[in-house]
Design a protein around this ligand. Structure first.
Ligand SMILES: [Zn+2]
Length: 334
């Protein structure tokens, strides 16, 4: 019996020694939850994706199930979570959330998971988590200001001041997609306000611009008229590359729209870098955008500003969430 016990202990010890140690990161989206283990920047597991269940209790249950599954193979020292919504990062709780996650606002995510797992949890807005990861990966943590803009279906962002995510008075700073860029009350944003940056420069905004331009044209002028209700950035770029003048016009307008929000952020923050992430950033012509922005910059400013694209791609949110919890643990230790 004693021998068996010793053998069990030895095999348990050997399993523990084999287990890699790291932070478990989550990226919660309206349709999927992604989860993976990180040792700093380094991904040490596969990225697991599950469908986002309906309702806050079910989402917390899904997190707990994934945590147990990862703990079978890894030693989880901390848990970082990126989620949509305005997040009170001290309480680890959304103070408001998107329509994609009904009931999520007010869910004490940090408390519920820490109580069950006894592992430290840090919760951050998903775009801000991604911004933290990007700034970290581009060695910008000592920079006075770095601004990361996520161009996707909507527009998210994160403002980092001296290597820390700037949250503002009520954690709502950095929700740059809702900067008003026009006074015309022309386009209604998903937030209920008119003329937000997102209503123009996001994926949805780009399709609205395309419809506006194409509705005044005939099929003889551009083949894109046939695609008016099925427009995408990819189709526009392909048509522009083939010389389609309407596509070129739509993309030029879109670059003006992307520039409009950056031009507002520029004199307020005087950032060292704008980093563009998200699926739509692939279609940004950086020299053109830089030229447009420099035309709007206060003379003599932004001489050394860099505008670049994400180096982390789709895992930016996960990497950022992992760094956030690891850095919190390091601060707590010191
Ligand atoms: Zn808005």
């Amino acid at each position: 019996m004693e021998i068996a016990c010793n053998a069990d202990r030895a095999s348990e010890q050997s399993i523990l020694e084999q287990k890699k140690i790291g932070a478990l990161a989550f990226d919660l989206g309206g349709t999927k939850i992604a989860a993976a283990m990180f040792d700093g920047h380094e991904l040490i597991s596969e990225v697991v994706k599950v469908l986002t269940p309906s309702g806050p209790e079910a989402i917390i249950e899904a997190f707990l199930k994934l945590i147990s599954q990862f703990q079978e193979r890894y030693i989880v020292t901390g848990i970082g979570i990126g989620t949509p919504g305005v997040i009170d990062t001290v309480k680890g709780c959304p103070t408001s959330s998107t329509n994609n996650l009904p009931g999520w606002s007010g869910t004490p995510i940090k408390r519920l998971i820490e109580e069950k797992t006894m592992i430290s949890v840090y919760v951050e807005n998903d775009a801000k988590a991604a911004a933290y990861g990007e700034a970290k990966s581009q060695n910008l943590m000592d920079s006075p200001c770095t601004i990361v803009i996520t161009l996707g279906t909507g527009i998210g962002g994160g403002i980092l001041l001296n290597g820390e995510v700037y949250h503002g008075f009520e954690y709502a700073a950095g929700h740059v997609g809702h900067i008003p860029i026009s006074l015309e009350k022309k386009r209604l944003c998903t937030c209920g306000l008119f003329d937000c940056w997102e209503a123009y420069a996001s994926g949805i905004g780009l399709t609205v611009t395309a419809r506006e331009v194409l509705s005044g044209l005939k099929e003889e002028q551009t083949q894109l008229v046939k695609e008016i209700n099925h427009m995408s950035a990819q189709k526009l770029v392909a048509a522009a590359e083939q010389g389609d003048p309407a596509a070129k016009n739509i993309l030029a307008l879109w670059h003006e729209h992307v520039c409009a929000g950056l031009a507002i952020l520029l004199p307020i923050f005087d950032p060292e870098a704008f980093i563009l992430s998200g699926g739509l950033s692939d279609y940004v012509d950086l020299p053109l955008l830089t030229e447009l922005l420099m035309e709007k910059a206060l003379p003599g400013t932004a001489q050394n500003l860099t505008i670049s694209k994400s180096k982390l791609g789709i895992n930016a949110g996960l990497i950022g969430a992992a760094h956030l919890i690891l850095d919190q643990l390091a601060v707590a230790k010191s």
